[in-house]
Write a protein that binds this ligand. Structure first.
Ligand code: AVJ
Length: 336
């Protein structure tokens, strides 16, 4: 950021904790993930600039209901949530484009409650773009972006300027399995002081057909998004994985209550990942898992919150019960 002699202070500050970190953790994660049986790659690596764009396209697909429904819930309940919490700032984990966040920022600013927004995202381009767009939209808004991994860099979130609403939208918490959700919810609980609240978007358990359609769109965008993981590995770790030789597979694992996405090798192949000095053999039909997307019920969330020292404060859902926003606070934190 270039300093200027006059004018107001810079409305945008961005702290990058991940540029070098990403590569190191990508290398470690790919090495260990490809050595496991079955092979497994963490979904956070979908989101380079191309992957973030593909995800934006997913959110516009007719089959992918979570984004539209969550937006609808926020449009209806955003103001009420802000009036209930009265936040002086909003911290958002994994905002991506932060398009939905305006439903919270608008009332916060219009009610004169606060003017600070802190997006925390692994994608530097996402943090940059949303910061620029938001300060252009709201004169008074200050954005303090953190390019980081919310499982590793919560301690880098700048100190609170006042009562805080931490938003974790989109159902992204579903990318974590139960033990990792538990660690994250406890870490978030530790960040909350009385009055602070956590707002979490979660996709809900529903019929298999509806769930599977959302991850097997007819335009093939989700398949491209899935294969983007291979391009990310090729680009950063000098690999020669051929995305055209992997099929997209997504299904609902009813027992585990989650969508699983896999990439299935179409033929026998041997790939080289130069930066890891690693040779990986795939047999035709072999699959590696790239994502889990867990689905929840109100009861399952109440339990997870309780186990993390949190308490459900309110629950917002659409008329068909497809998706939910839940507002939680420190357990026993008064005025309800
Ligand atoms: C952004 C993690 C919530 O799990 O539904 C969309 C990502 N993957 N289609 C999800 C995703 C395939 C999405 N989350």
């Amino acid at each position: 950021m270039t300093g200027v002699a006059t004018g107001p202070p810079e409305p945008v500050q961005i702290d990058v904790h991940l540029r070098d970190g990403t590569l190191a953790s990508l290398a470690d994660d790919v090495r260990s993930g490809l050595s496991r049986n079955p092979r497994e790659l963490p979904p956070k690596y979908f989101y380079d600039a191309r992957g973030s764009e593909l995800f934006e396209r997913i959110t516009e697909l007719p089959e992918y209901y979570p984004s539209q429904i969550e937006q609808d819930i926020l449009d209806v309940a955003g103001q009420a949530i802000v009036e209930l919490v009265r936040p002086q700032e909003i911290v958002e984990l994994g905002p991506g484009s932060a398009r939905k966040t305006t439903a919270l920022l608008n009332p916060m600013i219009e009610l004169g409650l606060g003017t600070r927004y802190v997006p925390v995202d692994v994608s530097e381009s996402a943090v940059q773009d949303c910061a620029e767009r938001l300060v252009a939209t709201y004169d008074s808004l200050a954005v303090h972006g953190v390019v980081g991994d919310f499982e590793r860099h919560l301690d880098r979130v700048p100190p609170a300027s006042g009562r805080r609403l931490i938003a974790f939208l989109g159902g992204t918490i579903g990318n974590l399995d139960h033990p990792r959700r538990s660690v994250l919810l406890r870490a978030l609980r530790a960040q909350l002081v009385p009055g602070d609240r956590l707002l979490v978007g979660t996709d809900l358990v529903k019929d298999r057909e509806r769930l599977e359609a959302a991850y097997n769109d007819s335009a093939g965008v989700t398949a491209e998004f899935n294969r983007n993981m291979l391009r990310v590995i090729n680009a950063h770790l000098d690999g020669d994985l051929d995305p055209d030789l992997f099929d997209h597979v997504a299904f609902y694992n009813e027992h585990a209550r989650r969508i699983e996405m896999w990439l299935r090798a179409r033929e026998d192949m041997s790939v080289r990942i130069e930066a890891l000095e690693m040779e990986v053999d795939f047999e035709a039909g072999e699959e590696m898992r790239t994502e889990i997307s867990c689905k929840f019920t109100r009861e399952s969330l109440v339990r997870e919150y309780r186990d993390a020292g949190l308490e459900l404060v309110s629950w917002y859902t659409d008329p068909d019960g497809l998706f939910a926003l839940s507002l939680a606070g420190p357990a026993g934190d008064g005025d309800r």
